[in-house]
Each structure stands twice: as structure tokens, then as C-alpha cells.
Write a protein that binds this ligand. Structure first.
Ligand SMILES: [Zn+2]
Length: 353
């Protein structure tokens, strides 16, 4: 195993960001190469914990000579976000300097332009340099896992339709409850990787990418950072690596993926019609029926007619829920995975800003 650091100059004097990268060289040129990162949204730590335990497992495999495919791991991908303590709270999702989501605005390039990502760094801010380094590493691999988490959430993933159902082995290995099939229409990290593969050369547009995989894994919620869960998930990723021939080990019998796989159009984003305290009646993991009471908003607390009931628009599985108990008007409350498309219009791309 090799450990190196990517060094990125800060945007102000005296600041330098250091990004540790762990690499295992694979013994077989035929085996797929994988890139895994966590905490691109710096406040989402379940993946960092997972990779801590996975690295331990991989060091043992390395000592046993069992690493076949190249493995690159960045356990904490966003030192800039990690440093953004804002009035006592970590702001890990948006770069405070540019107000940009750390997981948006990745360059949409052709694979053949990969090396351009690291050219002329002086043209880019520290956050953009970081994004370009991360994308550059990912494009050196065949399989890419970007480990995130939701606010309160089940284990699920965003997977471009181009990789489904090939990615069902990952969904099974991580015991996912749902897979949200995305349309590849955003500038999120995972979709920038897939974009480069689809446009291997200028003008090329591939719709299937055999042998490739780029996914955003949502490892439950932000508070679900525990040694048992992280070890279990690390075991899951390890089984996936064995299944894909990246690590040589006896293949454990994998259960088939038993969760739901639904297109993003079938996600009901439940929003608050008015501001107020949120009383949730249903939790993540609940299967709800159309018309079920999901939440009550105390829009005018104390007033006899001061509450608003929010009901399920159709049957579905509650995949996520916000952890705050105060809603602003139109703020998100839940994501529900349903069998039918939502009647609420959705712009192409990601569900959230
Ligand atoms: Zn995230």
C-alpha cells in the first residue's frame, strides 16, 4: 500500500490543504480498478468510518497478496469543507466562498481530456482544484463509489440507468433498501464520471457502459456513524470487491438485491406548504398508503385551526426524512419511493440543490 498526499494551495495566504490518498497496486492487469471516496460533503461521515475499517481489511489482503485490481481510496475527500465551522456548526455541503455545492459543478469532459484536469491550476479556486483532482483520480478507474449519506435515511444509492441492473451486486452487498435510478443530467461527481465515460471521445455518446460503474451511495443518515454499522458496511464493500474480482478471496454467497429500484421521477418529494414545527407521524422504512398522514405542521401553534396535515400522494416507501423539526415554506420533509411517477413536475438532474 502506498499513501500519498495531494497538496492544494488555499485561496488565502498561509493556507494549504492536504488530501491523503491510499493506493493498492493490483497484481492483475485484467482485474477492474476501483476508486472510492467519502465525505465529499464534509459533514457526511458514515463513509469515512466505512473506509477506515475497509482499509484495515485491505492491508491484510495486501499482505496476503490478494489484491488483483488497483484500489484508490480517499477516506475524507473534502478538507476545505471540513474546516468550515460556521457559528458552531460544520457547513460541509456548500463552499462558503463560492456558495457552490461541493458535489455539483464538476467539469463535464470527455475521458480523452482527463489529463487537462490538472493543467493550469492557477485558473481555479482551491475548491475547483480539489474537484479536478478527485475527478482525475476517479477517471483512472473502472468502478467509482462516492460515499455520502442523507439527513435521516435508509441505505440507498443514486445509480445512473446506464449501470442498472449491473450494479445490483453492490446494492445487495450493502443491503440497500432502495436504488434511485438517475438520468445522468447533473454535474454531481458521480455523473461527471459517467459523463466522461459516455463521451470517451469528443462527439461520442454511449448509452451503455459495460464493466463500468459510478454511483453515489447514501449510507443512511448523518448521525448513523457507529463502529458496528461501519464494520458491516466495510464487509459489504469488501464482498463487492471480491465479487468483482478486485480482491481474491472465497466468494461468500450474496443475497440478491431485494430493495426497490425506481426512477427519480417516481420519488415523491414531500414539501412543507407552510412554515412551522414538524410533527412526523411516519418514519423512514415505513411503507405508506396513499392518503396516510405523514406529518402535521404547526403553522399557527395554539390556534384551533392552526395545523396543516400532509398526506402521502401515493403508496410508497419512506426513504428519507429531514432531521430538523422546523419547516420553512416549501422545504423538503421526506422522499418517498413509489411505483408510479410523481405528478409534481421535476427538473432533470438531482432531486436536491
Ligand atoms: Zn452528500
Amino acid at each position: 500500500m502506498d499513501v500519498s498526499e495531494i497538496i492544494i494551495a488555499g485561496d488565502t495566504p498561509g493556507v494549504v490543504w492536504r488530501l491523503p490518498v491510499f493506493r493498492f497496486e493490483g497484481a492483475s492487469a485484467e482485474a477492474p480498478r476501483i476508486y472510492i471516496q467519502a465525505a465529499l460533503h464534509a459533514n457526511e461521515l458514515p463513509g469515512t468510518a466505512l473506509l477506515h475499517f475497509l482499509l484495515d481489511r485491505l492491508r491484510q489482503a495486501d499482505r496476503d497478496g490478494a489484491i488483483l485490481g488497483g484500489i484508490t481510496i480517499v477516506p475524507q475527500a473534502n478538507p476545505i469543507g471540513s474546516a468550515q465551522a460556521h457559528f458552531g456548526e460544520l457547513q460541509g455541503r456548500f463552499d462558503l466562498g463560492s456558495r457552490t455545492n461541493f458535489n455539483r459543478d464538476f467539469p463535464l469532459i470527455s475521458l480523452e481530456d482527463r489529463d487537462c484536469l490538472l493543467e493550469q491550476p492557477d485558473l481555479y479556486s482551491a475548491a475547483d482544484r480539489l474537484k479536478r483532482h478527485l475527478l482525475h483520480m476517479a477517471l483512472g478507474a473502472d468502478l467509482v463509489l462516492d460515499l455520502h449519506c442523507d439527513d435521516e435515511g435508509l441505505q440507498y444509492a443514486y445509480i445512473d440507468e446506464a449501470f442498472w441492473p449491473d450494479a445490483a451486486d453492490l446494492a445487495a452487498a450493502l443491503d440497500m433498501k432502495a436504488v434511485l435510478l438517475s438520468d445522468g443530467e447533473s454535474s454531481a461527481f458521480e455523473e461527471a464520471v459517467a459523463h466522461a465515460w459516455k463521451h470517451g471521445r469528443e462527439g461520442e455518446r454511449r448509452t451503455t457502459l459495460p464493466g463500468r460503474l459510478s454511483v453515489t451511495v447514501e449510507l443512511r443518515g448523518t448521525r448513523d456513524v457507529y463502529p458496528e454499522l461501519a464494520r458491516k458496511d466495510a464487509e459489504g464493500v469488501f464482498r463487492f470487491l471480491v465479487g468483482r474480482g478486485i480482491v481474491a478471496a472465497p466468494k461468500a454467497g450474496l443475497q440478491a438485491f431485494a430493495g426497490k429500484a425506481v426512477p427519480l421521477d417516481n420519488i415523491e418529494m414531500i414539501r412543507a406548504p407552510e412554515a412551522g414545527a414538524i410533527l412526523f407521524h411516519r418514519d423512514i422504512g415505513d411503507n405508506v398508503k396513499a392518503g396516510d398522514l405523514l406529518a402535521t405542521i404547526l403553522a399557527r401553534p395554539g390556534a384551533p385551526e392552526g395545523t396543516i396535515e400532509i398526506r402521502a400522494p401515493q403508496d410508497g416507501l419512506v426513504v428519507t426524512r429531514v432531521s430538523t423539526r422546523f419547516a420553512r415554506r416549501r422545504s423538503d420533509l421526506m422522499k418517498i419511493a413509489c411505483a408510479e411517477p410523481s405528478r409534481t413536475a421535476r427538473k432533470p438532474g438531482t432531486l436536491e440543490a
